[in-house]
Design a protein around this ligand. Structure first.
Ligand code: PHE
Length: 340
């Protein structure tokens, strides 16, 4: 049988080994290369083990050729290894590294956390309720009857008009859900998305966030409401801020009030955010209407309480001096990444 000359094999192996050594990109692949060719079970030793097939004379020549190949490969290994070490040494260590990119919290999240932290300091718990509500929780139970004109303010999107299932227009239905499950005394805040059939402009969005607050006990009166909300606003915006309570109307509170704070953008001087009045309206509030207590089965003679509701975006706009509510929802990293 004609044996393939070992000379040819040696040439093929050399060619392949050189190609592979050149493409070995790092020291790990270079070490793998070394094992493959020069290792104990490597290709060189494979060639040596074939020597027994040869006659004594052929063996001498073949042995010399294999040794020559081995020396060449060891040389290549040494050169590549040194080349890699040199490359590492010459790397400029003072060159700035790649800093990992760390995300930022959305301004609505930042403000929500700050608000809940302030109420937590005052002993308020945290609750939540569904975004898809029934007409009963969003309106009826809150003393807003079907044909009442005040319902216009809370025009919404219906999931099923027939079944009276809708997207909640405010977080006030959470008040009812909490009271149905809890006996006084308690104080709690609830944050979440609300929906209104508003056209989008710089101050309106059909989806926005509110925080609701509710405190019920025996003997709660309007001064508790004033104290808690004044503390909240000054804690959030600083002691120099002036807080103003103005009479208002909500079907589920009586008496009701709107709370404004001195504009911290123009410091009361008059700017476009405060419509040149020096004050910005921040929330609605009032003493819980006795009818709401009766709707949840509370003794309206025994318990009193206060409730408030405020827009989170509105507070973020004031806090960060943002000029357009639409920025919150456009997912533009240049905008949402700049707050902390
Ligand atoms: N739910 C009211 C609104 O969205 C705000 C409010 C809440 C007023 C609680 C009084 C008490 O306008």
């Amino acid at each position: 049988m004609e044996r393939k000359p070992i000379k040819d094999d040696i040439e093929i192996i050399l060619k392949r080994a050189v190609e592979e050594a050149v493409t070995a990109a790092d020291s790990e692949s270079l070490e793998n290369w070394k094992t493959k060719y020069l290792g104990r079970k490597g290709e060189i030793n494979g060639l040596f083990s074939r020597l027994s097939e040869f006659s004594a004379e052929e063996r001498k020549d073949a042995g010399a050729r294999i040794n020559d190949l081995k020396n060449k490969l060891e040389g290549i290994y040494g050169e590549r290894k040194e080349g890699m070490a040199e490359k590492r040494r010459s790397a400029n260590l003072s060159f700035p590294g790649k800093s990992p990119s760390i995300g930022a919290l959305h301004p609505v999240t930042i403000v929500t956390r700050e608000m809940t932290a302030i109420f937590a300091e005052m002993g308020f718990g945290i609750a939540s309720g569904p975004e898809i509500e029934t007409d009963y929780y969003n309106f009826e139970a809150l003393n807003i009857p079907a044909e009442h004109p005040s319902k216009d303010v809370w025009d919404t999107f219906y999931v099923s008009e027939k079944d009276k299932i809708l997207l909640r227009t405010h977080t006030s239905p959470v008040q009812v859900r909490i009271m149905e499950k809890t006996s006084p005394p308690f104080r709690v805040v609830a944050v979440g998305k609300c929906f209104r059939k508003d056209d989008v402009d710089s101050t309106h969005s059909p989806v926005f966030h509110q925080m609701e607050g509710l405190m019920v006990d025996e003997g709660i009166n309007f001064s508790h409401l004033k104290g808690v909300l004044t503390h909240f606003i000054t804690r959030m915006f600083g002691d120099s801020v002036k807080v103003k309570f103005t009479p208002s109307f909500f079907p589920f509170t009586e008496p009701s009030a709107e709370v404004s704070m001195s504009c911290n953008i123009c410091k009361g001087g008059g700017c476009s955010t405060c419509h040149k009045t020096g004050y910005i309206e921040v929330l609605g509030c009032g003493m819980v209407h006795p009818q709401v207590f009766r709707n949840v089965g509370y003794d309206a003679e025994k318990f009193t309480g206060f409730a408030f509701g405020m827009g989170i975006e509105r507070l973020a706009i004031i806090k960060f001096g943002i000029t357009d509510i639409r920025y919150f929802y456009q997912n533009d990293i240049r905008f949402i990444g700049q707050f902390s």
